[in-house]
Design a protein around this ligand. Structure first.
Ligand code: P6P
Length: 285
């Protein structure tokens, strides 16, 4: 990657880390729903909007960032020239009312939005767990940090999925699963331990730590699933693939999915150990 792009990616990563403590402290007192809904028709918490405003202001100020988009905004915001940043400011924000883990997802594309996952130059997530951590994928490797006073402290270099899978987590309601996915799920639940908490970042981090599979599949009621390609599918697929795992929309890597002109395009999302994702694709054949 050219030095200028590397420098911009460095600044995006540092800005997200600096902003994470403000997002976390801003959760207090912002657990109420607003009258508004986001472009995906989901109710917005005050915390969703607060986090989005912080990221738009600070990421949009970076020289070398040209576009900003987020799950909480209808369209793409032109903020200058350069890389495009797509953000899920508070992934799993419905967990705020029950005081459970949530995250922030950031995708950095060297292309205008909506972009293909193959145009990613970096992706990261912040996990607001007992500890605020940040996981960053760039140049084919994944690094985990603790975020301390907005500073990154490396805790694990070259994060790689363990070979022997341990956990699984599948979204959607069982009666809404297509029959072929349900058959696959019934096999996996005989082999692994259930870890599903309602915030993808926390569940995917279990897969990165212990090995396994996370999916929010196509549903009978929602053939394209629930999660968004630009803000969730591409960055999480990129991170898991950089960690030696696999991603799929059911037939191909999430990074190969053809984007439509809808920045909020949904995609069935499956990520985890290659063996488990391969079995899933065979099951959906
Ligand atoms: P459900 C959170 O709203 C989210 O976008 C993901 O973080 C999470 O995996 C999923 O939706 C949870 O959806 O249907 O289980 O509430």
């Amino acid at each position: 990657m050219p030095a200028s792009l590397e420098a911009t990616v460095d600044e995006v990563v540092e800005t997200v880390a600096e902003t994470a403590p403000d997002v976390r402290s801003g959760l207090v007192g912002r657990r109420s729903y607003r009258e508004t809904a986001n472009a995906s028709g989901e109710r917005q918490l005050a915390a969703d909007v607060h986090a989005d405003e912080l990221f738009e202001e600070r990421l949009g100020d970076i020289d070398g960032v040209g576009e900003y988009a987020s799950e909480e905004r209808d369209g793409v915001v032109d903020v200058g020239e350069g890389l495009s940043v797509a953000v899920d400011p508070l992934d799993g924000s419905s967990n705020l009312k029950s005081n459970n883990a949530m995250g922030t997802i950031v995708a950095v594309y060297d292309a205008d939005l909506p972009a293909r996952g193959e145009d990613l130059v970096a992706a990261a997530f912040v996990l607001y767990g007992p500890i605020t951590s940040m996981t960053v994928a760039r140049d084919g490797t994944v690094t985990e940090y603790e975020v301390v006073d907005g500073e990154l402290r490396e805790t694990e270099a070259d994060v790689t999925l363990p070979e022997d899978p341990v956990v699984y987590g599948f979204g959607g309601r069982v009666p809404d699963w297509p029959a072929d996915f349900e058959t696959y799920a019934r096999e996996v639940e005989q082999e692994l331990k259930l870890r599903y908490g309602g915030a993808m970042i926390a569940d995917v981090n279990q897969v990165l730590e212990y090995g396994g599979v996370f999916a929010y599949p196509a549903l009978d009621s929602a053939p394209n699933g629930k999660l968004r390609l630009q803000f969730e599918g591409n960055p999480i697929g990129y991170i898991v693939e950089c960690a030696g795992g696999a991603s799929s929309d059911g037939t191909q890597s999430l990074l190969s999915v053809e984007p439509t002109d809808d920045v909020h395009q949904r995609v069935p999302l499956h990520v985890g150990n290659e063996s488990l994702v391969g079995r899933l694709e065979d099951a959906l054949d």
